[in-house]
Design a protein around this ligand. Structure first.
Ligand code: FES
Ligand SMILES: [Fe+2]
Length: 436
């Protein structure tokens, strides 16, 4: 059964029209882009230091002095709520002898005093105090902490390492128009993890930007979603696909003996009782949509700006270069891939999950952030399946027996991702022939 995608009205809704297909050719993508230290450095110089990056959740820093200390590659960054309610970002580095001011994490401060010699900085980054200032014949440095562009969208705080970066809204392009209809600001975080993975950061981006691997790595999902009726849209830098959930893959050619577990879970989450359902499995997706439409309001959930498909399906967005969002009407699973400081064969995989609580639901407490190495702990079956695969991918990419990525139409977003990286590294449409 093909999904007919319709935008209910115009602008307040997420557009569902198919974007024009980009002309990206069929060439092989050089494997060295995933393995070479030189390419990693090019990415850092030309791409990571030019884009907008997600620092964290805005509601983690509601009060003046609340801060998020985060890291991108070798750069420590401090995002601070100001007295006037605005948010500003600085390098998390003392201007005296370069000590990092705060460890990674969230916290609150009246000022940022450096632990080494007690130089002290106001919340706005200006110098508050320098002990024994008279012993510096040159006086105090004229500026305080080095500031970075900072803005808020979608209830997340963003920053850029480029002082001349374009405004965040311009950078995000279609994203706010597409995703503002969701209730991100009303969602609460339920999971906050970082796992060290033994692969290049792009291998982990790729692993979530195609559904071709579902039949290989996640066979159980064939009983839960349609991996083949997937609309792919590539925009300026970003991309999306829309995957029907609550249905069966066309690859399943048998009648399920009972409602498959994943679909049952969706019904329960919506407030339905699967034991009462006497329709066909293939009708459940639309029946969940109908049920949520009829009952959302009484559950205290606002679906008024979502189309029916959004009540069941995964509207899966990739915000270049490293944010993947599996978006459903009442939940978001967000991935952030960060490169390792020095090693192209390693990365940090951040996982955050959010839910939209109903009016009678207990609001879960914000979880403590946890970091661990791959294999220490399960991240849930689906992510574990992806995670187990990736070290083997990275090993194979380093082999002399492998040349590069040989991509299908189903993997168009991966090709588009590489083209966007090229546009940063070489200039838009200027990649020299023979370059990686
Ligand atoms: S390095 Fe910070 S006060 Fe000396
Ligand atoms: Fe996967």
């Amino acid at each position: 059964m093909k999904v007919k995608r319709v935008t209910p009205d115009e602008s307040p809704f997420t557009p569902v029209d198919k974007a024009p297909e980009p002309e990206l050719g069929t060439g092989i993508i050089a494997k060295e882009r995933y393995t070479s230290a030189e390419f990693m450095q090019q990415e850092w110089d030309q791409m990571w230091s030019k884009v907008w990056l997600m620092a964290g959740r805005e509601d983690d820093i509601p009060e003046p002095g609340d801060y998020i200390a985060c890291e991108m590659g070798r750069e420590p960054v401090l995002v601070v709520r100001q007295q006037d309610g605005s948010v500003r970002a600085f390098y998390n580095v003392c201007q005296h002898r370069g000590n990092q001011l705060r460890d990674t994490g969230i916290g609150n401060a009246d000022s940022f005093m450096c632990a080494y010699h007690h130089w002290d900085f106001h919340l706005d980054g200006t110098i508050k105090d320098i002990p024994d200032l008279e012993t510096f014949p040159q006086g105090a440095p004229c500026s305080g902490l080095t500031e970075l562009p900072c803005d808020v969208w979608g209830s997340w705080v963003w920053y850029s390492l480029d002082p001349d970066v374009e405004p965040l809204r311009d950078y995000l392009n279609v994203i706010p128009q597409h995703l503002d209809p969701y209730n991100f600001d009303k969602m609460v975080m339920t999971r906050d993890l970082t796992v060290v993975w033994e692969c290049n950061w792009k291998a982990a981006v790729d692993a979530f930007n195609e559904t071709y691997h579902v039949q290989g790595i996640h066979p159980q999902l064939l009983w839960h979603l349609n991996d083949q009726d997937v609309q792919i849209d590539c925009y300026d830098k970003h991309s999306r696909y829309m995957v029907p959930f609550g249905t069966l893959s066309p690859r399943v050619n048998q009648r399920p003996p009972e409602i498959p577990a994943g679909i049952k879970e969706m019904m329960i989450e919506a407030g339905m009782d699967p034991a009462d359902y006497d329709g066909r499995v293939l009708d459940i997706r639309l029946d969940i949509q109908k049920f949520m439409r009829e009952n959302g309001e009484s559950q205290g959930k606002d679906f008024s700006r979502l189309n029916d498909d959004q009540l069941t399906d995964d509207y899966h967005y990739f915000i270049f270069p490293n944010i993947t969002m599996n978006i459903h009407a009442t939940s978001v699973m967000l991935f952030r891939q960060r490169p390792h400081e020095t090693d192209p064969n390693k990365m940090y995989f951040d996982i955050q999950t959010y839910v939209l609580p109903g009016k009678d639901d207990e609001v879960p407490e914000r979880p403590e952030h946890a970091t661990y190495n791959f294999g220490d702990k399960s991240c849930g079956l689906v992510i574990d399946q992806d995670a187990h695969n990736l070290p083997g991918v990275q090993k194979g990419m380093n082999s002399k027996g492998y040349r590069g990525l040989w991509l299908s139409d189903q993997e168009l977003r991966i090709r588009h991702f590489h083209k966007t990286i090229d546009d940063y590294i070489y200039g838009p449409g200027k990649k020299p022939s023979g370059a990686l």
